[in-house]
Design a protein around this ligand. Structure first.
Ligand SMILES: O=P(O)(O)OP(=O)(O)OP(=O)(O)O
Length: 454
């Protein structure tokens, strides 16, 4: 078994060509690019038992060589995916189920009749690969770079494959992100941890694509720093998956969900007080503000303007054609992997970062709730929009971590505060101002609100 640590970056055909010639890869590549034509058949049962068990089974032809591979879906950490992989070299192009023994085969599939495995989709592509090596501090990094161009085909459906894969052979995982971020400063790269197998399954069944990562596992005794890493990665990973799916199918609601992840991430960065000195997150906050500043108005105007909704996929494709999304996304991954918020932190900040989430969070929310001054906005609802960022800072934690709070009716608090936020974001009208004042009162009277502001 091998462990594969890699990052995948979707690119346009022009970018794929430009990468081949990019000085950063060229000067670190001593042996040139080798071209391989790869033909791949994936197998599963008609009920997709393998996909459910989160494994992919592939038969590959590479020249005269036939390779059977089993890959686990693995886990995704800060934009890098880690997967287990088993390879068997075969004499003929025929699946060899005997090799799929208990040491690699998922226990949940122990009773599966392997004769029911059938071809379900193919990925055929040309791979140009090169070994890229360089020194990083005192250590050496070796990465296999692959430029893949071809297509995934499932029945009558197909999708282009056009991607850069960077797979770590030696060195620290961080080096992969550094290299990717350096390339992304010049070229539009779209990081997204979606395997070719996942693309094949998506063609078969659009519902098979998971729009988000599994929810972060939080508990009240974990240090704040751990919670920040888990939530930060969840939001960034979700935003990458949503961007990919919106690019793929252009469903309007996905664009709103994508923006929501960015708003949440921005609010998370703004809510950490001394645990994240402002300088440590400045670049990311600026990048997020620029993205949110451009996309929020479009989402708002698209609510009741069909033409805006129709034009949005093209605009999004233009966004992806620029460098800013990829660069932001990769820099955010690096920041999370290196725990960038801990840099330049003072003693007090370190204590906060080490504080238990269950102790830090109620204090933090309590301070924000006090500062929101709801009684004032009951009187002056026209000014409530100035409190949108504060409400977002409250909402991100309530949305993602309220299960760690010991507050009465905390779900209700989340729901009512989200309503107040939505009202504050609406254009002012006599009707909406009345509704704001009323909703501010409702939140103010909640048991959970009272407990927070006690
Ligand atoms: O050649 P591999 O093993 O990296 O596999 P792939 O055909 O690029 O597919 P994946 O999307 O699983 O890396």
């Amino acid at each position: 078994m091998q462990k594969e640590t890699e990052i995948k970056l979707r690119v346009s055909r022009e970018t794929l060509q430009a990468l081949r010639e990019h000085p950063l890869l060229k000067k670190r590549n001593k042996s040139g690019w080798q071209r391989h034509e790869l033909f791949n058949q994936y197998f599963d049962t008609p009920q997709r038992d393998l996909a459910q068990a989160k494994v992919a089974l592939r038969l590959r032809r590479d020249g005269d060589t036939y390779i059977q591979t089993l890959k686990s879906r693995g886990q995704s950490v800060a934009g890098l995916s880690e997967r287990n992989e088993w390879d068997w070299y075969l004499d003929k192009p025929k699946l060899d189920p005997k090799q799929l023994t208990d040491d690699c085969w998922p226990a949940s599939l122990a009773t599966l009749d392997k004769k029911t495995l059938k071809p379900i989709f193919t990925t055929d592509f040309v791979r140009e690969k090169a070994e890229i090596a360089w020194g990083r501090g005192k250590s050496r990094v070796v990465v296999e770079a692959a430029l893949d161009l071809g297509k995934v085909t499932a029945g009558k459906q197909s999708e282009e494959i056009c991607e850069l894969e960077l797979e770590l052979r030696q060195g620290e995982p961080e080096a992969l992100l550094e290299l990717a971020a350096e390339l992304a400063a010049d070229l539009a790269l779209m990081p997204c941890d979606i395997s070719k197998a996942e693309r094949g399954y998506r063609l078969h069944d659009p519902q098979s694509y998971a729009l988000g990562l599994p929810a972060a596992q939080l508990d009240p005794t974990m240090p704040l720093d751990e919670a920040v890493a888990a939530l930060g990665w969840q939001l960034l990973g979700n935003s990458q998956r949503l961007a990919e799916q919106y690019r793929f199918n252009g469903h309007w609601s996905l664009l709103g969900d994508w923006l929501q992840q960015l708003v949440d991430l921005r609010a998370l960065l703004g809510s950490l007080g001394q645990a994240a000195p402002r300088a440590s997150s400045r670049e990311l906050r600026e990048a997020l503000d620029a993205l949110i500043g451009d996309w929020r108005p479009q989402l708002e105007s698209g609510q009741d303007d069909e033409a805006v909704r129709q034009a949005a996929p093209k605009r999004f494709a233009e966004e992806l054609g620029q460098i800013r999304w990829g660069l932001f996304s990769l820099n955010a991954s690096r920041w999370l992997l290196q725990r960038g918020w801990m840099q330049g932190r003072n003693e007090r900040g370190n204590r906060q970062g080490a504080a238990e989430l269950g102790k830090w969070l109620p204090r933090q929310l309590g301070e924000e709730a006090e500062a929101l001054q709801l009684p004032r906005y009951k009187q002056q609802p026209e000014d409530l929009d100035e409190q949108l960022p504060r409400m977002e800072r409250l909402l991100v934690w309530l949305r993602l971590a309220r299960q760690t709070l010991e507050l009465p009716e905390v779900d209700r608090l989340y729901g009512e505060l989200a309503k107040l936020h939505a009202l504050a974001a609406l254009p002012r009208s006599e009707e909406s101002l009345g509704a704001r004042a009323e909703q501010a009162h409702t939140v103010w009277t909640l048991k959970a609100w009272k407990a927070l502001t006690r």
